[in-house]
Ligand binder design. Structure first.
Ligand SMILES: NC(=O)c1ccc[n+]([C@@H]2O[C@H](COP(=O)([O-])OP(=O)(O)OC[C@H]3O[C@@H](n4cnc5c(N)ncnc54)[C@H](OP(=O)(O)O)[C@@H]3O)[C@@H](O)[C@H]2O)c1
Length: 340
């Protein structure tokens, strides 16, 4: 922790070099699969005059120079909901990898850690406020070359449908669906004109399969899954990618500070059973936000044409079982656990 005041003023413009996402690797990688080893020989001078050992040395130096040049191409990620949990862990992860990070949150005045990190700009943003989204995106894109937008902000709403008020349902849809759609729409013309860019949208394993007492939350995460898959086709024409990261349970304060819910006596037994999945012991077995941040980083930099990234062993197991046994078999299995 630091006493340095939260940084809410935008620093000088830092433009990432423009390059086409469809033909250029997004980031330096040392693995053979990710690194374009065909590029360096283009700049080797006069190879016929050199013996083999000298040629190899020139190749190595040229290759190292190429890696250095790629590393120096600083990229920028824009994150929603960076005050806590996965958003904050991802801000830290990308900052440690040398990225410029625009960390947005509802109350930047409470943030003391991220604003003190080099290359991190903390800005206010509530994703249920369309005017604030428009102003923030305009301000940020005027000053930065944004490469990745991470739609992370969201929260859970747990309970039987008839236990939830209309206000609770509306707020959940407004945040988890409309917030993501608004932020995405605001950045789309910018990415389209640049002919590059990537949206990474956080869903959930509950956006891939339904679960008891999660009907409205699941509706929001299924919606973002469908929204992302559909949008990916439209934006592919402009070199813009849309990816989905679907975590299972994460050791964040999701089940505490952010969770909303409702109780109804008719569902008391079901809720007691569902609550077992949110016990301190169960949460301690969940994957960490840092691990999921690493998966988001992989999605941003792997250069792959991949839509979904399933994060965490529980989510991987559930998704694999669905693929292997089919959605109907999985539905009946979960039913056996919860319906009696
Ligand atoms: N934890 C899990 O088990 C789990 C599993 C699967 C998917 N997810 C998803 O992962 C994402 C991050 O959740 P988390 O686990 O990191 O929970 P978290 O620690 O509670 O963080 C949620 C973040 O979303 C922000 N937020 C909520 N409403 C917002 C709004 N209207 N505008 C801007 N920011 C808003 C919160 O900001 P404030 O500080 O202002 O409240 C906070 O920064 C969510 O989309 C969630 O659905 C979580």
């Amino acid at each position: 922790m630091t006493n340095k005041p939260t940084q809410i003023k935008l620093p000088q413009k830092k433009q990432s070099p423009s390059h086409n996402a469809s033909t250029t690797p997004r980031e330096c990688h040392t693995s053979h699969a990710d690194f374009p080893i065909t590029s360096p020989p283009n700049v080797i001078p006069d190879t016929p005059k050199l013996n083999t050992a000298t040629q190899n040395r020139v190749l190595l130096v040229t290759f190292a120079t190429h890696i250095q040049t790629q590393t120096n191409m600083q990229k920028t990620i824009f994150i929603t909901g960076a005050s806590a949990g996965l958003g904050k862990a991802t801000a830290r992860f990308f900052q440690a990898k040398g990225w410029q990070v625009i960390a947005t949150m509802r109350k930047p005045e409470n943030e003391t850690e991220l604003g003190a990190l080099e290359g991190v700009t903390v800005l206010p943003l509530d994703i249920t406020d369309p005017a604030a989204i428009a102003a923030t995106v305009q301000q940020v894109t005027a000053q930065y070359a944004v490469d990745v937008v991470l739609n992370n902000a969201g929260y859970g709403l747990i309970g039987a449908l008839e236990a939830l008020s209309d206000e609770q349902i509306t707020r959940q849809l407004d945040t988890n669906i409309l917030g993501v759609i608004r932020v995405t729409k605001a950045f789309t013309p910018y990415f389209r004109k640049r002919q590059q860019g990537m949206f990474i949208n956080i869903t959930s394993s509950f956006g891939l399969l339904g679960y008891p007492a999660c009907s409205v939350y699941s509706a929001t995460k299924f919606a973002i899954d469908g929204f992302s898959e559909s949008l990916a086709y439209d934006l592919a024409h402009f070199g813009v990618q849309v990816k989905i990261v679907a975590p299972g349970g994460m050791q964040t304060d999701f089940a505490g500070r952010s969770l909303d819910g409702g109780q109804h006596e008719a569902y008391a037994q079901l809720m007691a059973k569902v609550s077992e999945g949110y016990s301190a012991e169960k949460i301690s077995q969940y994957t960490t936000a840092e691990h999921v941040a690493g998966i988001i980083y992989g999605a941003a930099t792997d250069g792959k044409n991949q839509l979904r990234y399933i994060a965490g062993q529980d989510a991987i197991d559930l998704y694999a079982a669905r693929a292997k046994n089919g959605a109907e078999a999985q539905y009946r299995k979960i039913q056996e656990q919860f319906v009696y």
